[in-house]
Design a protein around this ligand. Structure first.
Ligand code: ZN
Length: 150
């Protein structure tokens, strides 16, 4: 994908997911959840996960934040549903590397490749990674925890 195409797609996808976030709901029967805060921007999200064995049966989020934080969380929930913990961990690492500018195999990301567009806005990288850090913390813990972007 050319960088101009990626920029257009990035804008479209962020706008769409911000306007109509997927899986934007509280999950009463979640068995993992975490609160994520990005004080630099004021993004505050809660990520809910329902694990069945090592499969992510359901994942959702709530909260408020800028367009990028909401869209990234929305894309994340779509990507993670039905994944195993190992697959989720691999995806987390790939997305993190991609958004912080490391070269990775783009085909590993599929639709999430669009998130790499955030590299052009370095101040917003923490907005885009927030939901991923929060999801990672939720899976690592069996009680409600809070994470803050570094
Ligand atoms: Zn933000």
């Amino acid at each position: 994908m050319s960088s101009a195409d990626l920029r257009d797609l990035y804008q479209q996808v962020i706008m769409d997911h911000n306007k109509k976030p997927r899986n934007f709901r509280e999950m009463g029967n979640a068995n993992h959840l975490a609160h994520g805060n990005n004080p630099l921007c004021g993004d505050a999200l809660v990520v809910f996960v329902k694990l069945d064995g090592d499969v992510i049966e359901d994942v959702s989020f709530q909260g408020s934040g800028c367009a990028i934080s909401v869209a990234s969380a929305s894309l994340m929930t779509e990507a993670l549903k039905g994944k195993t913990l190992t697959e989720a961990e691999t995806l987390y690492e790939s997305v993190h590397k991609q958004m912080t500018g490391e070269d990775i195999e783009q085909s590993a990301l599929g639709k999430l490749e669009v998130l790499s567009g955030v590299k052009e806005f370095p101040a917003r990288v923490k907005c885009a990674t927030l939901s991923w850090h929060t999801m990672h913390a939720a899976l690592d813990s069996d009680h409600d925890i809070s994470v803050t972007t570094e």
